[in-house]
Design a protein around this ligand. Structure first.
Ligand code: SAM
Ligand code: SF4
Length: 328
């Protein structure tokens, strides 16, 4: 039986983003800077027992797929920090109603894992790369791991898994990198996406850069960019390409967006709280229900009811958690 999950406004909800951990091996300046939260330095992570186990996530994914979820993204924190990531991917990808399991990662350590993850059922990867240049990367990401991230990207291209590259433009910090990053889409069949800084967590300290400004810079260098008609999986990105490009360029205007009326997604945080909108506080606790012994059928009914409360829009952020504690 194939169910469709709709909210009280008639939006079809078929996309779940699961933050599988709050841990990370980078300290991006707009997400989890070294100084975040802890006066002694460094972020404070959830105790291990508060994170859902692979088995618990697979149970929830089963329930969500029974309710109507078709695409699941694993994110974090950094999903590659989970030693049982392959088991998690395999378990979720095996669910009959799940059509896609994808991951958002910083790519550090991905080179040694991508073949195994692909074989387990991972169908696409978004790699976050704000700079291709060692010093610029270290400045943004707080760690000297540019080479490892680029190795992760190369390994994905070799493994022929669909890749999107996410860059968050930070004024005065990575402006000089926009062209080099966009040029990856000229050479390789990847989509390079410029994602507007969101006023969430540390992101509040950085003014968003208008995508028109970036597009103008790219067009001066490459020539006109032509819109690609909206395709499934494109989400809120406006996508462009050129005849001499192997891939495409996407712009996600997260702040000046107009895509709430077609939003198809919900999120789960690393400790199992459900977020019906990125910009609103949590709405339910799946860990509590799973640990109380609820069956996938019971969880499915619960989620179907919960989704009805999805807010109409997120034009104003009420969320006080930083992005790494939500799952970006
Ligand atoms: N660690 C993984 C990574 O970096 O891809 C997954 C989690 S990270 C929170 C997911 C995405 O959120 C990254 O592409 C990151 O650049 C983006 N991000 C974090 N804080 C943001 C903010 N304030 N505004 C926009 N994007 C943000
Ligand atoms: Fe880690 Fe991703 Fe946040 Fe960077 S953006 S600190 S890689 S969770």
């Amino acid at each position: 039986m194939s169910e469709t999950l709709t909210d009280s406004r008639g939006r079809v909800i078929d996309y779940l983003r699961i933050s599988v951990t709050d841990r990370c091996n980078l300290r991006c300046m707009y997400c989890m800077p070294e100084s975040s939260e802890n006066p002694d330095g460094g972020p404070v992570f959830l105790p291990q027992e508060e994170l859902l186990t692979a088995g618990e996530w697979i149970t929830f994914a089963r329930a969500a797929s029974m309710a109507g979820i078709r695409k699941i993204r694993l994110t974090g924190g950094e999903p590659l920090m989970r030693p049982d990531l392959t088991e998690l991917v395999r378990g979720i990808a095996a669910l009959p109603q799940v059509e896609q399991v994808v991951m958002t990662t910083n790519g550090v350590g991905l080179a040694g894992k991508i073949r195994e993850l692909k074989e387990a059922g991972l169908s696409g990867v978004n790699i976050s790369l704000d700079s291709l240049e060692t010093e610029g990367y270290r400045r943004i990401a707080g760690r000297d791991r540019c080479r490892e991230a680029l190795e992760g990207l190369s390994a994905c291209l070799e493994a022929q898994i669909p890749v999107k590259i996410n860059c968050v433009p930070v004024g005065g910090i990575n402006d000089s990198q926009w062209l080099s990053l966009a040029a990856l889409a000229k050479t390789y069949p990847v989509q390079v996406r410029f994602i507007e800084m969101m006023p969430i967590g540390e992101g509040k300290d950085f003014p968003p850069i208008d995508s028109g400004q970036i597009r103008e810079t790219l067009e001066q260098a490459f020539g006109p960019l032509f819109p690609v008609s909206h395709q499934a999986g494109q989400g809120p990105a406006e996508v462009f390409t050129r005849p001499d490009f192997a891939g495409s360029i996407g712009f996600i205007q997260a702040v000046q967006h107009g895509f709430c009326s077609t939003c198809n997604r919900i999120r789960a945080t690393a400790e199992g709280k459900i977020k019906l909108c990125l910009h609103h506080p949590v709405n339910g606790d799946v860990r509590e229900l799973i640990r109380a012994g609820k069956t996938p059928e019971e969880l499915c009914s619960w989620l179907t009811r919960l989704v009805q409360a999805k807010p109409a829009d997120g034009y104003h952020t009420d969320e006080s958690r930083p992005m790494w504690r939500i799952g970006g």
